[in-house]
Design a protein around this ligand. Structure first.
Ligand SMILES: C[S@@+](CC[C@H](N)C(=O)[O-])C[C@H]1O[C@@H](n2cnc3c(N)ncnc32)[C@H](O)[C@@H]1O
Length: 255
């Protein structure tokens, strides 16, 4: 799993996904590396038809149970496959929304995965990509007094802590946006997730005089601020596959 500490309030990812699916009842969603369904099942509860493609049999078994418990098993399908085989296990150009959350940190070839997800999106469809931020990890290590770790994440070409780091890479906004752009997608938004919560130590947060509402309000402002968002533990990118005419599919095919 990633080293991300999820924010306690103001998660812009849930809000962004809810906005996308609200515009389209019965949204067809593919969740690549969707794991045990922490996003897939809530989306099915909103009426989406969700296919989770994941390499882990265990994660898919938990997904199945989670979907059953939520009463949405009929809306959720699990497929065991590697992410770069996505195009062979789901039909091309049909998904309204493709999620790729905390997968690009782990795969052999992030560009191949992003290319695959672009080809299964329908023209006009949306990709939601969530990755672990490099600069957020640098700052959190500095604040914790782990200077050698901060130096490693800052200077390693992939933003790694060393060979024992469970993540193969961390991202900056420009690196993840470039991956999507090269796959033929138009980046529409890049926001930081949990900027404030990621920086404030738990004890400070608990004894804080600020209210949860104030924190949520600050998170919302920080998420979209171009300097502060870069320091977030997680970066969320929304990108759209352009409408059919003139779309240059990865590999040069024009549809
Ligand atoms: C860190 S978890 C993220 C789960 C979920 N997307 C989330 O954000 O909570 C990564 C998931 O990707 C899956 N995974 C890792 N490498 C994969 C690959 N090459 N192809 C497909 N799934 C993969 C793992 O089994 C795991 O379920």
């Amino acid at each position: 799993m990633s080293d991300v500490r999820r924010p306690v309030t103001g998660d812009p990812v849930d809000a962004a996904l809810a906005d996308v699916v609200a515009q389209l009842p019965g949204t067809r969603v593919i969740d690549v590396g969707g794991g045990s369904g922490t996003r897939a099942v809530p989306l099915a509860c909103l009426g989406c038809l969700v296919t989770v493609v994941d390499s882990s049999v265990n994660a898919l078994a938990i997904l199945h149970r989670r979907a059953q418990d939520a009463g949405v098993a009929h809306l959720v399908t699990g497929v065991q496959a590697d992410a770069d085989q996505l195009g062979t296990v789901v039909p091309p150009a049909q998904a309204d929304l493709v999620l790729c959350h905390h997968l690009l940190e782990e795969v052999d070839d992030p560009a191949a995965v992003v290319t695959a997800l672009a080809t299964v999106l329908r023209p006009g469809g949306t990709a939601s990509v969530l990755v672990t931020g490099r600069l957020g990890a640098v700052l959190r290590n500095i604040l914790a007094g782990r200077y050698a770790a901060a130096r490693s994440v800052l200077t390693d070409p992939d933003g790694r802590l060393g060979s024992s780091d469970p993540l193969r890479r961390r991202f900056e906004p420009s690196t993840v946006a470039d991956l999507l752009t090269h796959a033929g997608l138009q980046v529409e938004a890049v926001v930081g997730v949990g900027v404030v919560a990621g920086l404030v130590a738990g004890g400070v947060r608990q004894s804080s005089v600020g209210t949860d509402l104030e924190l949520a309000d600050l998170e919302e402002l920080a998420a979209a601020d171009r300097t502060l968002r870069d320091l977030a533990p997680e970066l969320h990118v929304l990108a759209r596959r352009p409408a059919a005419r003139g779309w240059a599919a990865p590999g040069g095919l024009v549809e």
